[in-house]
Write a protein that binds this ligand. Structure first.
Ligand code: CU
Length: 419
């Protein structure tokens, strides 16, 4: 039987060669119309279709530094846009970012998002595929949804290009959907939002009594208008689960208990550091060991979470929660919250006659905090007109989350600075 099998395989191979077809292959390969050098970046001399955007992410493993100094092993994505294809398998190694690179696009765009799986260096026993899932987004086709049961997932050493017809504005989030509890707990989470077509028009009232020109949704009347926006992702890690992952121990899925609560991948006081954190060091903070945990020498925590505004501005907080274990209630004492969107939809009832331009019932509400379960998002506008300049705190209302593992006084908190 075995002999016959080999014989048959040989016949197929020969037939394939004779007919000129190639055996299937895996490679880092970016698809982006007009991108002649396949780096997902619009370079001089290239002509791309109107409203087309491209991005290239790698998926792999890496390290981040927690606010108490703990070095934590993670899985994650890294931005390879602009990197030549033949450099991606090198630059993507041990380069996981947390959170993942932000994806911000405009309604009416088409986005070609290439995902390359570069493998997980510190877990060579794993051969896990990865994917990108836009949570809550109305994908036209299941093949681009990233859910393993119904779409493609990407094996090591290969690339898949997702296509998105960006039709619905709102605050979304994205994550890997392969073995989702594990890969999400390990850090494959990112901010994702879509700006509405109404941007660039004038409606409502923003800072200084001027009309707003940027909006969370196509609201017609400017009710979601804002001056400055901040995507803030709530997440949490179980450090013991991560450590056991690195030690190749059986994973305690049943006992997952997150002990780091974070905003955009940081606990306080790292949350108020503007820009990227330095590359992660080892537990002793010894720079000599830095390259062991970050061969590329790049930062792995690039997205800050400090919020700054000028008094009188309307601040849009694009809040999302991608924790796999926890609900979080978040608020800012002394600042008014107006919730204008929930789960990437404007808080408004249907148009009463269905014909437009009448507006549906206003379902926005004022509050001091919002509670988000995993996979939920909220668009909150903080109107700072009449608010005294100074420093305010955005923080988890359940005070047990204000810690960095065993360190008290940290965790899910950042500053809102009104100048
Ligand atoms: Cu994954």
């Amino acid at each position: 039987m075995q002999g016959r099998g080999i014989h048959k395989a040989m016949l197929l191979l020969v037939a394939g060669l004779v007919m000129g077809s190639l055996p299937s292959f895996a490679a880092i390969f970016v698809q982006c119309p007009g991108d002649t050098n396949h780096n997902a970046q619009l370079d001089p001399g290239e002509i791309w279709p109107a409203n087309q955007k491209c991005m290239h992410l790698s998926a792999g493993d890496g390290f981040i530094s927690m606010a108490d100094g703990h070095l934590q092993y993670t899985f994650g994505f890294s931005d390879m846009t602009g990197i030549a294809e033949n450099q991606v398998a090198n630059k993507g190694l041990v380069a996981a970012n947390f959170p993942a690179p932000t994806i911000a696009v405009d309604e009416g765009d088409t986005l070609y998002l290439s995902l390359s799986n570069v493998g997980m260096v510190f877990r060579p026993d794993l051969f896990d595929p990865h994917s990108v899932h836009w949570h809550g987004f109305p994908d036209a086709s299941a093949i681009f949804d990233g859910v393993p049961d119904s779409s493609a997932t990407i094996n090591m050493g290969s690339t898949f290009t997702y296509f998105y017809n960006v039709v619905e504005p709102g605050t979304y989030m994205y994550h890997c959907h392969v073995e989702a509890t594990e890969h999400m707990q390990m850090g494959m989470l990112g901010n994702l939002y879509v700006r509405p077509q109404q941007n660039g028009t004038s409606a409502g009232t923003c800072a200084g009594g001027s009309p707003c020109t940027t909006f969370a949704y196509n609201d017609v009347n400017g009710s979601t208008g804002y001056d400055v926006e901040f995507p803030i992702q709530l997440a949490s890690f179980d450090s013991y689960y991560h450590d056991e992952h690195l030690a190749v121990q059986p994973l305690p899925f049943y006992a997952m208990k997150d002990d780091y609560a974070m905003l955009n991948g940081r606990g306080y006081p790292d949350t108020v550091v503007a820009g990227a954190l330095p590359p992660p060091l080892d537990e002793n903070g010894d720079p000599a060991n830095a390259t062991a945990y970050n061969p590329a020498g790049t930062q792995s925590q690039k997205i800050d979470s400090i919020i700054t505004a000028t008094a009188g501005q309307k601040v849009l907080l694009r809040l999302s929660n991608l924790s796999v274990t926890r609900f979080f209630s978040i608020g800012a004492l002394g600042l008014p919250f107006k919730v204008v969107g929930w789960n990437a939809r404007i808080l408004r009832g249907p148009d009463p006659d269905g014909a437009g331009p009448l507006l549906g019932k206003d379902l926005t509400y004022d509050t001091v905090s919002v509670t988000l379960g995993g996979g939920e998002s909220a668009d909150v506008i903080v109107d700072t007109a009449g608010v005294a300049p100074g420093k305010y705190f955005l923080y988890a209302m359940d005070l047990n989350y204000l810690s960095n593992r065993e360190d008290d006084f940290g965790g899910m908190m950042t500053e809102i600075v009104i100048n």
